[in-house]
Ligand binder design. Sequence first.
Ligand SMILES: NC(=O)c1ccc[n+]([C@@H]2O[C@H](COP(=O)([O-])OP(=O)(O)OC[C@H]3O[C@@H](n4cnc5c(N)ncnc54)[C@H](OP(=O)(O)O)[C@@H]3O)[C@@H](O)[C@H]2O)c1
Length: 244
Amino acid sequence: MLNANGRIALVTGANKGIGLEIARQLATSGVHVLLGARDENRGAISADQLSKEGLDVSCVRIDVCDEESILKAARKIESEYGKLDILVNNAGIVVRGDTAPSAAPLNVVRKVFDTNFFGAVSVVQAMLPLLRNARAGRIINISSSLGSLTLNGDPNYPGYDVRLLGYNTSKAALNMLTVQLSSELKDTNIKVVSVCPGLTKTDLNGHMGDRLPSEGAAEPVRVALSDSNELSSLFRDENGELPW
Ligand SMILES: NC(=O)c1ccc[n+]([C@@H]2O[C@H](COP(=O)([O-])OP(=O)(O)OC[C@H]3O[C@@H](n4cnc5c(N)ncnc54)[C@H](OP(=O)(O)O)[C@@H]3O)[C@@H](O)[C@H]2O)c1
């Protein structure tokens, strides 16, 4: 594990759910965490909660669909810290009406993509200069096994019948961002990994599943704090490598 001292992390969508737990666990490891939230008040309430637990956090407004907010956050991080060690692209949505390919309304599919894929691309592009200033930059894309092309075609996969055209394709696209960015940055100290937190009880899925957000957060945090030798698989969950 890398020494967390002096490291700075930004987690998008960190006011609740898995993102809040990722922020809590990174901060518990000694990283200074910026909680990204599109609603400044909700972000501040969550940051206060972590501060009261004795954790070193602050909050920054980022709506991943609002480029100006992203650029403003990047300028703030640049002026206050001059670098970013860990970026967790966690903000994500499921949109009501998303369904199987034969019926998914295009406006719904586009809306999901705006957040889950284009949002992550925008944040990466704005934060890359800061990640390049870090000793060992990490970009963790919070993906899903629902984004696996292979598993979507496997009748034995528990999510086989989950046909959410927008959500599943947005996570497959996010995985392509991981592959392309990882290859583009191969000669730098920045590592890029897609991590699936597993089916976790949050607002996103109406609190389905057995896992608590703290459990869903554990693997993304472990990977974010890993040294480079552990980062050879680009798409993984807590059990190891996932198929693309
Ligand atoms: N829960 C699961 O079973 C599961 C499984 C696999 C992957 N994931 C992924 O895990 C990530 C976190 O999801 P979650 O389950 O923790 O859901 P959640 O509790 O609904 O949290 C989603 C977070 O994303 C934020 N967000 C949404 N749109 C945003 C935008 N445009 N700009 C900035 N923030 C935005 C939300 O902010 P607001 O509070 O303002 O809405 C919220 O903080 C997502 O990428 C999701 O796809 C979840």
